[in-house]
Design a binder for this molecule. Structure first.
Ligand code: SF4
Ligand code: SF4
Length: 197
């Protein structure tokens, strides 16, 4: 069922993270240069041989390595940050803007057309469409749309969905809400130089 429309006040009081399983606390996004040579491409292959690793490419051609691992401060059973509302919470997290969150759009909502994700299995198919010159420079690479087509239908894990029953929880930054419930501890977003793309 589609979420109900909200007016301004309702929207402003809603916690934008309320129904989100917080991929932002479960992965590290490490910016990486676009591969332009055989050895650049080989390095991505090497990285993907390690578990819980992905290459993520955005519509705007930003390349990153993703390592799926929970932050030490993440309370996975509650999808909460143990450091929320404390001075120990990194400013990288406390200053991140969760509205229209790139992490949520890319890793939680289904069928994102803003990124493509390559794990080892996807990479081994995708990489066959790169052509290299004699000197090792790549002379053609599948573009964004073609890359989406290549990986379409190839499942990738983790594939995490929205939490049920939380969508209307109030914003824990509000004084009234701060006196309530477990939403007090909900993370207010992360990521290392956290990216919004
Ligand atoms: S908000 Fe930041 S510190 Fe808290 S669990 Fe998430 S990544 Fe870790
Ligand atoms: S900041 Fe984290 S918890 Fe909030 S919506 Fe984005 S991914 Fe989800």
């Amino acid at each position: 069922m589609a979420a109900p429309d909200l007016n301004f006040v309702e929207f402003s009081q809603r916690n934008p993270c309320a129904d989100c399983p917080a991929p932002c606390c479960q992965l590290q996004l490490i910016p990486h240069r676009r591969p332009t040579t055989f050895m650049d491409t080989d390095f991505l292959h090497y990285m993907l041989l390690f578990p819980h690793t992905e290459v993520v490419v955005t519509l705007t051609d930003n390349w990153s390595i993703v390592k799926w691992e929970d932050c030490r401060a993440f309370e996975a059973s509650k999808h909460m940050c143990k450091l929320h509302n404390t001075p120990a919470k990194p400013r990288t997290c406390s200053t991140y803007n969760p509205y229209n969150c790139w992490y949520k759009r890319s890793f939680v909502l289904n069928d994102s057309r803003e990124v493509y994700r390559l794990d080892l299995e996807r990479f081994e198919v995708w990489v066959n469409e790169i052509q290299f010159a004699e000197d090792g420079k790549s002379i053609s690479m599948p573009n964004f749309e073609r890359s989406l087509d290549i990986v379409k239908g190839m499942p990738i894990a983790p594939h995490i969905g929205l939490l049920s029953g939380n969508a209307s929880a109030s914003d824990p930054r509000l004084p009234a809400a701060n006196q309530q419930s477990e939403n007090n501890n909900r993370r207010q977003m992360p990521i290392g130089g956290k990216e919004s793309f």
